[in-house]
Design a protein around this ligand. Sequence first.
Ligand SMILES: Cc1ncc(C[n+]2csc(CCOP(=O)(O)OP(=O)(O)O)c2C)c(N)n1
Length: 642
Amino acid sequence: MSTATAFPIDLDAFQPLPLDPSSVTLTDEQRETLEANIQLCRDAIVFFTAVGGARGVGGHTGGAYDTVPEVMIAYSFMLHAKEGGQPGVVPIFFDEAGHRVATQYLMAALEGELDYERLLHYREFDAHLPGHPERNFTPGVKISSGRLGHMWPYANGVAMANPDSVVFLLGSDGSQMEGNDAEAARLAVSENLNIKLLVDDNDVTIAGHPSNYMKGYDVAATLQGHGLDVNTGKGEDLDDLYSRMCAAVTSEGPVALINKRPMAPGIEGIEGSTHGHDVIPTDAALTYLKGRGLDEAVAFLESVEKGPSQPKYRGSGDMGKNRSLFGKIVNELLDGMSEEDRVASVRVFDNDLEGSCGLDSIRKEHPEVFVRGGIMERGNFSAAAGFGYEEGKQGIYATFSAFLEMIISEVTMARMNYSNVLCHFSHSGCDQMADNSCHFGINSLFADGGIEELDEHHPTRLYFPADQHQLRSCLNKIFFDPGLRFLFSNRAPVPDLLDEDGNLIYGDGYEFVAGKDDVIREGTAGYVVSFGETVYRALDAVIGLKEEGLDVGLINKSTLNIYDEAMMAKLAKAPFVMVAEGYNVKTGLGSRFGSQLLKRGFTGKYDYIGVHREGSGGLWQQMGYQGLDPEGIARSVKELVG
Ligand SMILES: Cc1ncc(C[n+]2csc(CCOP(=O)(O)OP(=O)(O)O)c2C)c(N)n1
């Protein structure tokens, strides 16, 4: 974390403004104060999220910026309640779109729980300001959020536990696509919960404008259909927003205020565009801050340097970005089919993450098989599985590995229906996950929960190639296989694995064989077993250990759920085996591999390392924080060897 400097926007200018919602009209003075607070907060959000962007740790600007007016009014009601005014209000900004975490950090700072200067370290490694809010992790942050569709149902329970108070839920048109929200709406209505939704209906999600890609989707009509009291208005009309919020708060039961506005109103260059969803580009932020006359903030932003980049590792070559490559390789395979065949036998389901999972290239090259599914992981997975109901047809499905946890039940039913699905789960593990713990994809072996006998009839396979060449060969090999195929990749690029002579291990002539483990380095002292982004780090560790005289070998286990009997026989004779992985130590490969070795007569020493700590923010540093960088892996090997 870089050293503290004073926050260059005067946050002390913020004026706490308790407002009594029984007065539905703002006085001129109240309006002036409210407007000044809104402007100040929007300036601060643009500034410190842009600092994160300039440092290379990313972030989100538009969503938090959008919702400032309703956050400010809700805060005024909270202050009024705190002074004993009615109605009571739970003083927490439940936000179902956790990427708008800038709101949480800013409010924590304004409430005096977080030094203003800390905001300059948004999303930095070890700064405790990760990409999504985590309760008890950042001072003043009272909720954990980040998986869309998970917060409204939760806030319903909070409303039940606080029957005398209003609960605010910041909503978004993206979150509202999740099926969970439909369930939450029904419960809120049937139990007449005193929950007030403030939905930022900006018609922007990651992959586009819902009004374009999700025809028929209408947040207000949907919620009305569930029986909510719904009121639609313009989010940027402050007097109107205020009186609508007063009416919502002073009436009993659930109310949804749908606040229409373009994404990032007033920010030149990103207003109304999907680019507003992510972190604001530095030049757009500079234009904005200059326009606001915030010279110190401009000077600070201009001085920000990119964070340290990842070190180079021994045994590693050129970098490949497997998550993007996925779409390109699928395109090549689709190119090899007639259009008629493609349309009849393949359907590709996006979950609004498109480019992040490499699906953008498929949409561009093969729109005829592409479904822009919106943010509906469970339903889209089942649709992909249903498309692959018949032999010779398959659904292709992609999202982040973290959200694999959401679809386990759907996977079970797909398996029992003998479906054919190729699933690409990108952003596995914790590498480069500034989004932090809620976005860690570490429980992926849950996908292997089928009953053994059923698996024999209809396979479930989990593959995690270690570099771009292995991915290419793997995908070509498994594309037309029946069953459920889970293919994992990382957010971070991975380098090519090299042999002792500096040649590609998975270069020309390599052919992927499902279920076969590969020796990356031979060793007499024992073996590290690894996969994915951990292999090249383990390779560096193994090279170093050999140099120190400990002849450790390395195995790449790219098929996660088949035991390669030849390799298991070899490992069963080894003096030690240590699994090093980017998955959860509680549920990962290491938690089962030792039993498999024992079954095969292993008498050596065994250990396994993986993700075991709450995330630390930042990028590649996440791996070292978990003890999964070369130093950490080498240390664990030495501890095991004794
Ligand atoms: C369950 C889940 N699926 C997908 C994502 C990835 N994701 C983060 S934000 C986002 C789009 C959100 O759109 P919206 O909530 O309307 O936010 P805005 O664009 O207005 O900031 C997606 C798909 C996620 N965080 N959680």
